[in-house]
Design a protein around this ligand. Structure first.
Ligand code: PGA
Length: 299
């Protein structure tokens, strides 16, 4: 409970961001601070964990989330431009496209280092689930990524934290890499609940266990920053990323890449990427413009 009281204390191993937690669990502290009404973690409290992770050598990953945009002609131009630029030489790069365009992405990007994926995946393997797309089907298109729990799915389609975790598990079972998205609303941030919300959203995901979580990517996307042009400051983002990293470290999966998403552009990517626990970006609007997306990935 030392962290909760604002004092650096020993990190007690615990299932991070899960309950019940033993006294002294680092994440207790995170929640305590969140409940105390402060905007986020005081980074100094996490210095021991940050020291551990700053030396970690996690690859930079920049993923585009096209959302419900595109057409065969527009996609062809965008995919050709990405491929021609060999953007993958700067960092890992991928695009998450609408389901009908998976075949086009697979064909256009085949043989390149650029990867592709879907924006959602069913928690079910097969059966009478009209409109759903299974992880096994995605695998057939050579998908690497499957977003799970994007805030637009959570809010517009009522996806629960447990469903998001089930989707992540289904993706892992087929050898896909789930990109699990979490993030708070503006109201939640302003009422000091940011870390409590992240904790709640991550709890069923972390409950899948160390081995499963080690096969995922996480994305912190504050809802108030998505598509609004209002980016979290690097410090705001890092505070949450540090808390997520602490939970991952406690779980024994500190190497998991944690992306930031929410109005990432070429102009702000470098300062975000400079933060210790930000391993790349999940990019919406700016991923639809090849030059902008490539400039983000070139950082
Ligand atoms: P944005 O979207 O970059 O347009 O804010 C990010 C996302 O929703 O993943």
């Amino acid at each position: 409970m030392g962290l909760a009281r604002g004092l650096p204390g020993p990190v007690v191993p615990c299932p991070a961001l899960m309950s019940p937690r033993p006294p002294g669990c680092a994440v207790h502290g995170a929640r305590g601070l969140a409940r105390s009404g402060r905007a986020g973690l005081t980074l100094t409290l996490y210095r021991p964990l940050l020291r551990m992770t700053q030396t970690a050598n996690r690859a930079r990953l920049v993923l585009g989330n096209w959302k419900m945009h595109g057409s065969l002609a527009e996609n062809a131009a965008l995919l050709d431009a990405l491929r021609a630029a060999d953007a993958a030489s700067h960092c890992q790069i991928g695009v998450c496209v609408p389901f009908p365009y998976l075949a086009q992405a697979a064909q256009a990007l085949a043989g390149s280092a650029i990867t592709w994926g879907a924006q959602d995946v069913s928690a079910q393997a097969k059966g009478a689930f009209t409109g759903e797309v299974s992880a096994g089907m995605l695998k057939e298109f050579g998908c690497r990524w499957a977003l799970a729990g994007h805030s637009e799915r959570r809010t517009l389609h009522g996806e629960s934290d447990q469903l998001v975790a089930d989707k992540a598990r289904a993706a892992l079972e087929q050898g896909l890499v789930p990109v699990v998205c979490v993030g708070e609303s503006l109201e939640q941030r302003e009422s000091g609940q940011t870390l409590a919300v992240i904790e709640r959203q991550l709890a069923p995901v972390l409950a899948l266990g160390r081995e499963a979580v080690a096969g995922m990517v996480l994305a912190y996307e504050p809802v108030w920053a998505i598509g609004t042009g209002r980016t979290a400051t690097p410090e705001q983002a890092q505070e949450v990323h540090a808390a997520i990293r602490a939970a991952l470290t406690t779980l024994g999966a500190p190497q998991v890449q944690v992306l930031y998403g929410g109005s990432v552009k070429a102009a702000n990517a470098a300062t975000l990427f400079a933060m210790a626990d930000i391993d790349g970006a999940l990019v919406g609007g700016a991923s639809l413009v090849a030059e902008e997306f490539l400039r983000i990935a070139a950082n």
